[in-house]
Design a protein around this ligand. Structure first.
Ligand code: MG
Length: 444
């Protein structure tokens, strides 16, 4: 497995493709690009994080960048800190939902977004050429800031628009998967009046279950919700930018509902456009149509969604994987924002999670991945686009075809030599038939 280098940073297997030397070089290159301006640093709870933090601090200081180290903190906390404390950039040491043997560096720019492709290329070039900036005097310092997570949580609370008093005494089970969400999420829920049952709540980075917040990994949370007779279960990924939800029956509702319910929550109070990537469920279109607003569709990738939100002044946006963005907090996906929006919807309507889910149309969503070289994927996209000419096509990231009874999206992964095929329709059979039609047209 090679070191994965993308626009938002690098990921690798610790001690194999990702070593302190690699982290030092990338941090030194990013510090060079930032010309010695202030940088904020955080890490998720992985035990390898400390080692990489030392290397990243070293590279940034060598380039003349003063470093504010948040220690273990959520990725959205870094986004909020960049905005409020005016940092020139941020580095988060995390491999997000990847298993424990992985780690990575995620770079954020002065807005909190992944660097644009030009800047990402510059970082790689500076590293490849070894043309680092090195200060020889006036050495910058590393400072600590242990309160950034609390300030972030306070900002999300302050942005609430619904009286939270109906939430008082509501029992909530939180699964922080021993990640960066452990520290500030329980207090956030307590501030709302909820009674919190916290599982996997020590930020040890030793994940109690595979850390991606998917149905198969959340059986412990489902069981805990039933045992506690809780109203809802929330699951975060290790850097707490994604959120998945379990209903009052202890059923995992599917990660696509996090954004759909958050959009329903916001749009029931305020009108404005919403943004989602092309692989996100049509539920967002149904919610937007219900409230008479438009959906801006973007290529897959958090930064694409965030840039579209900034350009269109969107009131909410995100991704179907449980990532919700509220620009009033930061342009970063934020599990606290997702929790806040879903609980505001519960408080405002008096409905349970199960009732709210039932009020949305139910679709079957199929996700497939096929190993495939890049050129083969490009040819497949062309062949499918030709076969569906005359239909509603979006070509901004592979090809998405919207039909009356469903949609299908064919694209190349940003990080691996695989093709992703997603289809959504009213039934599982109909979604499978859509995948079949597209694969036949692609000759796959
Ligand atoms: Mg994540």
């Amino acid at each position: 497995m090679a070191l994965m280098v993308g626009v938002s940073g690098v990921r690798g297997i610790v001690g194999e493709t990702l070593t302190p030397e690699v982290a030092l070089q990338f941090a030194h290159a990013y510090g060079t690009l930032l010309e010695g301006r202030r940088v904020v640093l955080a890490r998720d709870s992985r035990p390898s994080g400390e080692m990489f933090a030392a290397a990243v601090v070293s590279g940034l200081l060598a380039a003349g960048c003063p470093v504010t180290d948040l220690g273990i903190a959520m990725t959205p906390t870094v986004g909020h800190a960049i905005r409020t404390e005016k940092y020139a950039g941020g580095v988060v040491i995390t491999a997000s939902h990847n298993p424990g043997q992985w780690n990575g560096l995620k770079f954020l720019d002065e807005l909190g977004l992944a660097p644009d492709p030009d800047r990402a290329r510059r970082i790689a070039e500076i590293r490849a050429e070894g043309h680092y900036r090195n200060v020889r005097a006036d050495f910058p310092a590393r400072n600590a800031d242990a309160e950034a997570g609390e300030r972030h949580a306070e900002a999300v609370l302050a942005a609430m628009e619904v009286d939270p008093s109906p939430l008082r005494g509501m029992r909530v089970v939180l699964d922080s998967v021993n990640g960066a969400g452990c520290q500030d999420t329980p207090g956030f829920l307590s501030e709302l009046g909820c009674e919190v049952v916290h599982i996997n709540g020590e930020p040890t980075g030793v994940f109690a279950h595979p850390p991606e917040p998917l149905a198969e990994n959340l059986t412990q949370l489902c069981q805990a919700v039933r045992q506690a007779h809780a109203a809802v279960g929330f699951a975060q990924d290790p850097d707490a930018d994604r959120l998945a939800i379990v209903d009052e029956e202890g059923e995992f509702i599917g990660e696509e509902y996090t954004l759909a319910l958050s959009a329903e929550s916001v749009l029931s109070r305020r009108a404005g456009p919403v943004a989602a990537n092309l692989s996100t469920s049509r539920m967002i279109d149904d919610v937007a149509a219900r409230h008479g607003v438009t959906v801006v569709r973007t290529p897959v990738g958090e930064a694409h969604v965030a840039r579209a939100m900034l350009a269109n002044d969107c009131v909410i946006g995100g991704e179907g994987n449980g990532g919700v963005i509220d620009l009033r907090i930061s342009p970063v996906r934020d599990s606290l924002t997702g929790i806040s929006q879903v609980l505001q919807l519960v408080a405002a309507t008096g409905q349970t999670i199960g009732q709210l889910v039932a009020s949305l149309p139910r679709y079957a969503l199929i996700k497939q991945k096929l190993e495939c070289p890049r050129e083969r994927i490009d040819r497949a996209v062309e062949a499918v686009s030709a076969a569906f000419a005359g239909q509603r096509l979006n070509r901004s990231d592979g090809v998405r075809i919207d039909l009356a009874d469903g949609w299908v999206h064919l694209r190349a992964s940003n990080t691996e030599p695989i093709m992703r095929v997603m289809a959504e329709a009213g039934s599982d059979e109909a979604a499978r038939a859509l995948v079949g039609r597209v694969r036949a047209a692609a000759g796959l």
